[in-house]
Design a binder for this molecule. Sequence first.
Ligand code: PEP
Ligand code: MN
Length: 346
Amino acid sequence: MIVIMRIDCSQDEISRVANRIEDAGLKAYVPNGGGRIVVAVVGQSFPGLRDALESLPGVEQVILVSKPYKLASREFHPQDTIVDVDDVAVGGEGIVVIAGPCAVEGEEQLLATAQAVKAAGATVLRGGAYKPRTSPYEFRGLGEAGLRLLAQVGEETQMPVVTEVMAPEDVDLVAQYADMLQIGSRNMQNYVLLDEVGRTRKPVLLKRGMACNVQEWLLAAEYLLVQGNDRVILCERGIRTFENYARNTMDINAIPIVHRLSHLPIIADPSHATGKWYLVPPLALAAVAAGADGLLVEVHPDPDLALADGPQSLTFENFRLLMSQLRPLAEARNRKIAIPRARVKP
Ligand code: PEP
Ligand code: MN
């Protein structure tokens, strides 16, 4: 249920609505910021509450939201949400390109990649320090040493950094180094992790579970939002289908569907969606054509030698080529490739 307050309502009237909701044993949320003031009631409602709320002073309308997610829904927040990742705005006019290696392997590899992707137009650096690998025998990341390198190279190249956090007990540590926390596909339904990340105020890149539908994904976002973290960016990274030529099937549908159902920005990851470097550029272009707010692309100085996801990693040259193809496409969508604002970090 969502309570829309009158434009001229007072703070007292908002508090009264919130108190009435809490008295009924439910939870009330009053989002910060301008626009229409809306209170969402989260929990099982009961008959009569709607009428009771509608008759309170300052209330314009009470809407029953049929969807199980409330705070993630467009009804709750009609305007697009823009998430600032340090000096980069995600969800606005600019298409944000996040790029970097699958895994942080060492300083030389990371610095060279960061410099190359930045020069080509990427604005956020990625790199995994805690890697969820299908096989326990594969490289699982450098851990805190990788986080340290990522933060150091981000600083050196003046780019905010995103990295995955896999365990609730690692959230504080990863948050010390990262500008944005990534929740990986395998952890999208790790509700304890979602709770913990939701308690931070860091931007979150929430990847879609590879076997999850859009509703389950938006409910995972709801876990973060309900903890008070409203800086959520969704990332379509391909889902499992019967087709097995590519690693996954990129669900292009999900991009306009999410824009319709939710106010949260959505970016696309053609690297994990395809698993093959030569499929990355066409799928990246398709995602932007479908309205994606950004891309996440894996890039490596020498993909043949990569410790993780080499077959889907672009060389520097192929990344540059992709960026040059993206620019006219972004313009065709009345957008442009994002550039950073004045930097917030010293
Ligand atoms: C990654 O971004 O390196 C990653 C492991 O992605 P996903 O969770 O989408 O598989
Ligand atoms: Mn990867």
